[in-house]
Design a binder for this molecule. Structure first.
Ligand code: PLP
Length: 426
């Protein structure tokens, strides 16, 4: 069933390291060869062998309207015909910035970049420049892209100055990254006791990079209070949750507000986009208004801006979409939980808006260490068997899943039926 994909993968491996341009795509944690995708339509993707899959990945989140949405396709083609990039300002950037600013009371200005990695990297530079401090706090299991000082996950127990989790990142570059356990207030307090040089906390308020593990309300309140007490800034990395968890992302469903927000994924509707945003005072530190340098040849790319703009307009015009997406995400995970129970398998499930996650374990994981104790072998087998039956889930238990507007209840029920068949033999 994967004959052509296997060949394509072999060919790719000869000229691309590991055959992929982003490691998770190689299917290493679930085994087998990744299907090479030919096209997508609505809730489905099709591989080069002619297999059709119901897509619960949606390009890792950006495609809230599914593949080849008619309206987005139309504006992308129209805009592309007028030129792909100018390296000069366009009205599209202002329009998209306005759409984002209008959503949030705590945001006045937005700067666009080309990826989530750039968004978080730049947000941290901004926080350091504004506070004139050096240390940053990040949490185990939160992913903020692959910039050097954020590539720190290893180490657990007490808060430690992070050691890099990749060769090629000198420890000198991560010595200012303090690592704490997610949802652990005591560790966070200790961090602030140990350093008086903390510029910011960066957090995924709904972590989607260790499976789906939301921060508790008390934990986020502690983040806010400690930042205020010690003159640090709070950054919510909403690259994944922005316009996904709700119309206002995680910020829309939480009481705590951040000083700086980062975005990506949905605001580009599948085109390469990222952004960071804050109030006008903080943003005034950025070049050319202020002295903190940040730039990009393709930043604010017109085609990407047009795609994002159309996507946000559609979401705002019909906010009921979020009720529908949330219901469908719940229908899926509750269905999976039910069939798991019938098969005597412990399954923990979670959703936030159209984001969902499931873990093969006894108790709901609250941090990275607990996620690490889940049954990865079982997940891999589940993934392989569901793929054979035409259901494309994220290829790692450390990843969240996504529902798009094009998916129907019937398709979700078919998925649950297939899952029952698979779980009987897990
Ligand atoms: N922040 C979060 C929360 C993410 O989920 C990701 C990517 O998955 C990033 C940042 C990095 O974004 P990108 O892959 O566009 O660089």
């Amino acid at each position: 069933m994967f004959k052509k994909s296997i060949k394509a993968y072999e060919k790719a491996c000869k000229v691309i390291p590991g055959g992929v341009d982003s490691p998770v795509r190689a299917f290493k944690s679930v085994g087998g060869t990744p299907p090479f995708i030919k096209k997508g339509k609505g809730a489905y993707i099709y591989d080069i062998d002619g297999n059709k899959y119901l897509d619960f990945v949606q390009s890792w989140g950006p495609l809230i309207f599914g593949h080849c949405d008619k309206d987005i396709e139309k504006v992308v083609i129209k805009t592309a015909k007028e030129g792909l990039s100018f390296g000069a300002p366009t009205n599209l950037e202002t329009k998209l910035a306005n759409e984002i600013v209008d959503m949030y009371d705590n945001i006045d200005k937005v700067r666009f970049v080309s990826s989530g990695t750039e968004a978080t990297m730049s947000a941290i530079r901004l926080a350091r420049g504004v506070t004139n401090k050096n240390d940053i706090i990040k949490f185990e299991g939160c992913y903020h892209g692959h910039s050097d000082s954020l590539l720190v996950q290893a180490g657990s127990g007490m808060a430690t100055f992070g050691s890099p989790s990749s060769p090629g990142v000198p420890s000198d570059l991560t010595k200012h990254t303090l690592l704490c356990e997610y949802n652990n207030i005591a560790q966070l307090e200790k961090c602030f006791e140990e350093s008086s040089d903390i510029a910011c906390i960066i957090i995924e308020p709904i972590a989607g990079n260790m499976g789906l593990v939301p921060a508790t309300e008390e934990f986020l309140v502690a983040c806010r209070e400690l930042c205020d007490k010690h003159g640090a800034l709070l950054i919510f990395d909403e690259v994944m949750s922005g316009f996904r968890a709700s119309l206002k992302g995680a910020s829309g469903i939480l009481k705590v507000q951040a000083d700086i927000l980062t975005f990506g994924k949905v605001i580009g509707a599948g085109m390469p986009v990222g952004a960071f945003a804050s109030n006008k005072e903080i943003m005034s530190y950025l070049s050319p208004e202020g002295k903190i340098y940040q730039a990009g040849t393709l930043s604010g790319n017109p085609v990407a801006m047009a795609a994002g703009l159309e996507s946000l307009k559609k979401l705002k015009a019909n906010p009921k979409i979020y009720d529908d997406l949330s219901k469908k995400a719940l229908r899926l995970v509750n269905g999976l939980k039910k069939v798991a129970k019938e098969c005597n398998i412990s399954l923990q499930v979670n959703t936030r808006g159209s984001m969902f996650g499931f873990f093969f374990c006894e108790n709901e994981p609250k941090n990275f260490k607990e996620v690490g104790n889940c049954n990865f072998e079982r997940f891999a087998k589940f993934h392989q068997e569901m793929l054979k039956r035409g259901f494309y889930f994220a290829c790692s238990q450390y990843e969240a899943g996504f529902i798009c507007t094009k998916i129907t209840n019937k398709e979700i029920d078919d998925c649950i039926k297939a899952a029952k068949e698979v779980m009987k033999d897990l």
